[in-house]
Write a protein of this length. Sequence first.
Length: 307
Amino acid sequence: MTMSSGWHWYVAAITLINIIACIWLILWSSRQGDAAKGDSDTLDHTWDENLCERNNPLPRWWLYLFVGTIIWGLGYLVYYPGLGAYPGVGGWSQKGQYQAERARIDAVYQEKFATLAALDYEALSQNADGMDIAGRLYGANCATCHGSDARGAVGFPNLTDNDWLYGDSPQVLTHSITQGRQGLMPGWAAALGGEEGVRQTMEYVKSLSGMNHDATMASDGQARYNTVCVACHGATGTGMQALGAPNLTDGIWLYGNSDEALYESIAVGRNGVMPAHQTLLSEEEIKLLVAYVMSLGSSEAGATGAP
């Protein structure tokens, strides 16, 4: 943001006035009474008839330190930007320093990333240096949604349970991270005949995962499922990764398996968004993250899946 001319002079004037005021204060407080001229070494402050305030200026060496800091400050304001919009004779700027630091860091990591990017995904997932970098990338870009342990949360997929909405191939994971995903489950309350139809369908969905359910309602809900839901979730409820339609038979539920959560998913629908990271991460960094996520998916710790 460019500072206007008015603000430039205002800031510069306030800064210089304060420096001048400091110089005056130091000179004024350093005055010593001259006995040869009859000056008293006490100030005109007296209490209880004979209690006086004496004029004892700072030692000269201490005073010179103050003067030195003022001189140093003036030199700083000449060399660096500090007087409004004045850029300083040194040509320094925050943006310039950031760009220089970024270029230095990029140069340091360019060779390392090039070496890691040459590995295939399997070898990369076994590379300690690569996974250390990938773990830091994950913590900075992914942990907010998927959790520091990658087990996700309600509405955010667990990356350790081997259950994938779109598949777990390197190409699919690269697309998910680079381009993002837009998961849409429309609300079906009207198409299923209102609340009763939704609850019947919900009982049938529960039966697909072996959950406790009302058999009579599930039987009625099967016909509704085969009319409305089969196109995405399949006749057997195993889902369709090409559409990101979840498997309804594996006991893993992105939004939970309570009656309230299932009812809302069917009646109202869901709208999940995975933001694209192509503008935030380089191709090499995305490849590292893909290998890292693949290694998480093979973890036995997440084999039980999300609740």
